[in-house]
Design a protein around this ligand. Structure first.
Ligand code: ADP
Ligand code: MG
Length: 384
């Protein structure tokens, strides 16, 4: 959906011109899963799929929100009535951003917003962060708030954590706000320091496929909270601030200390080995050896399946089928319990692999997956 169409949609809805049009992408995470609430490393890159917003300011304390992807006309909210966890619908995400901006002392006096999106929702590709970041960026520009990069991301995370009431780490919003085309973003979630890592798949004759299992991860909230609490318990038992502080060569000693608590030990093993995998992937990419990251992605999947236990049969089927069809590596991406997997493969193997995936899903009587190629794209930006 181009900027022009979104602008026209805005005019039709609100009977006036928007002041501008902005876009923010969804993301996939290459490696570093369930590490972002353990002060660890993540490495997302932005998708070409974006949420686009046409926005105009208002000065009467009213927020009007409309999404082309949702039924019904614009929803009208009063800014002075916005309250955390008061809204269970989609409008909580953009309203939460406005609430968080105002909470942080920024003077936002209202807005009309019209949204469209090509980011699949609930597929683990972070449509929620794309939605938050596009609204935050638009208001930042229109109200000249001077927020950029990680500051904008932090604010959006606060909207999702506090206003929506969904406990999530900082990765998704930072990816949507800060990614650059042709790069993956190596993010240290402890201090939010970032490095853009060149990730030019095509130049190496490689492709990265995203396979959306169509299994919605919507009901994973309780499981997510339980994993998170388990990690916090592990850190407390080991006497560290966060599991990030356990070095890979200290893992055996840590596991020995946790011998009485099998569940916590498994969670700790995943987080510590996953941070090490993220660091290995970064050094391989920086030395130009993209092919060599394949087995590390696959190891990461095994760890999420067996130790962290957040995979599901459909995600495992994607990974097993991909590897059996010659892929270099594959793993689930995002929080798990559904959503999407990524597959690193030689370009020449893409048709065989896609066909094998369809056949495997048909045979298992699962809904056919959606397969698309992910080319690392740009982060949030103004379009018009
Ligand atoms: P994910 O971020 O993995 O896509 P979430 O459950 O975190 O999944 O967020 C999905 C929710 O975000 C949707 O259920 C909806 O409430 C909201 N959302 C995302 N994109 C849009 C959109 N284009 N229009 C309206 N709501 C959206
Ligand atoms: Mg989300």
């Amino acid at each position: 959906m181009g900027a022009l169409e979104v602008r026209e949609g805005f005019i039709e809805l609100y009977g006036a011109e928007p002041e501008g049009v902005w876009a923010a992408p969804g993301r996939v995470n290459l490696i570093g899963e369930h590490t972002d609430y353990n002060d660890g490393f993540v490495m997302p890159f932005a998708l070409p799929h974006v949420t686009t917003a046409a926005v105009a300011r208002r000065d009467d304390g009213v927020l009007r929100l409309h999404s082309a992807d949702m039924p019904g006309g614009p929803v009208e909210l009063r800014l002075d009535e916005l309250a955390p966890e008061s809204d269970r619908g989609w409008t909580a995400y953009p309203a939460g951003v406005v609430w968080a901006l105002r909470e942080a002392g920024h003077e936002v006096t209202g807005a009309d917003v019209h949204l469209t999106s090509t980011v699949p929702t609930g597929a683990g590709l972070s449509s929620s962060a794309a939605l938050e970041v596009v609204v935050a960026l638009a208001l930042n520009d229109l109200y000249a708030l001077g927020l950029k990069g990680w500051r904008l991301a932090r604010l959006c995370q606060r909207a999702e954590n506090v206003y929506v009431g969904a406990p999530t780490g900082i990765m998704d919003q930072t990816a949507s706000a800060c990614c650059e085309a042709g790069h993956a973003l190596f993010l240290d979630t402890r201090d939010l320091s970032q490095r853009q890592i060149p990730f030019d798949l095509a130049a190496e004759g490689l492709r990265l496929l995203v396979v959306d299992t169509r299994v919605e991860h919507a009901h994973s909230g309780g499981e997510y909270g339980r994993r998170r609490a388990g990690c916090e318990k592990g850190a407390a038992l080991l006497g560290v601030d966060a599991l990030r502080d356990i070095p890979h060569d200290g893992l055996d000693a840590a596991l020995a200390d946790l011998a009485g608590d099998e569940e916590v030990a498994r969670l700790v093993r995943h987080v510590v080995t996953e941070n090490a995998r993220a660091e290995r992937v970064v050094s391989l990419l920086e030395s130009g050896d993209i092919r060599a990251i394949g087995p590390i992605l696959t190891e990461g999947h095994a760890s999420l399946r067996d130790d962290f236990r957040v995979s599901c049969p459909e995600l495992d089927l994607v990974v097993d089928t991909a590897l059996a069809s010659g892929a270099l590596g594959a793993r689930m991406t995002g929080g798990g319990f559904g959503g999407s997997a990524i597959v690193l493969t030689d370009t020449a193997d893409v048709p065989t692999l896609t066909k094998a995936m369809e056949e495997a899903f048909t045979k298992a009587a699962h809904t056919p997956p959606r397969v698309f190629e992910a080319v690392p794209a740009a982060g949030a930006r103004r379009l018009a």
